[in-house]
Design a protein around this ligand. Structure first.
Ligand code: AMP
Length: 187
């Protein structure tokens, strides 16, 4: 199973992805975490990515596409994975489609975590207090939500013809949403 978690910043992709990965015994691939680790380690990729992350903009595909390819090529992801935080635009979506197709796989489920704008801002702000992320400032939050609408939300239309996009209402407790996802996946 290759499951894509799609949703705006603050929609709960990370939280639900972690629950799902544990339940299904699949690796969760999270580009945001990989980038934050690279920034922390001070690698050239991390230094490059930080400039964009601090502004709430997407890290360029010249950096991201290689990262995605490497992660999908790992043996632990051979039979399935939870994709969290990517693809974020059409070039990334094409790469994911192509890479999986080369191995006779495809995205089996696309879960759209649907949370309204005010609630997203509230959640990101409360997370900022807990995690201390440098990109959780009010201005960056606004940019990240705009970037989501412009570059990532169109992927919903890209995937819709496949008939495996499932809208998950993102309001409710973490457990309620996890139960709804389990129901959708038939688990
Ligand atoms: P996230 O933790 O998913 O909200 O990502 C935090 C930041 O990392 C984003 O605002 C982007 O700057 C960058 N980022 C994460 N994933 C991607 C991706 N797939 N493509 C481009 N930039 C990304």
């Amino acid at each position: 199973m290759f499951i894509l978690l799609l949703g705006a910043p603050g929609s709960g992709k990370g939280t639900q992805g972690t629950i799902l990965a544990q339940r299904l015994g699949l690796p969760k691939i999270t580009t945001g975490d990989l980038l934050r680790a690279a920034v922390k380690a001070g690698t050239p990729l991390g230094r490059d990515a930080k400039k964009y992350m601090d502004k709430g903009q997407l890290v360029p595909d010249s950096v991201i596409l290689g990262l995605i390819k490497d992660e999908l090529a790992k043996p632990e992801a051979a039979q399935g994975a939870i994709l969290d935080g990517f693809p974020r635009n059409s070039a990334q979506a094409e790469l994911v489609d192509r890479t999986l197709a080369e191995r006779s796989h495809r995205l089996t489920h696309i879960l759209l975590l649907d949370v309204d704008g005010d609630e997203l801002v509230r959640r990101i702000q409360s997370r900022a207090g807990i995690e201390g992320r440098s990109d959780d400032t009010p201005e960056t939050i606004r940019t990240r939500l705009q970037v989501y609408q412009r570059d990532t939300a169109p992927l919903i239309a890209h995937y819709a013809p496949r008939g495996n996009v499932h809208r998950v209402p993102g309001t409710g407790s973490v457990e309620e949403i996890a139960t709804e996802i389990a129901r959708i996946l038939g688990q």
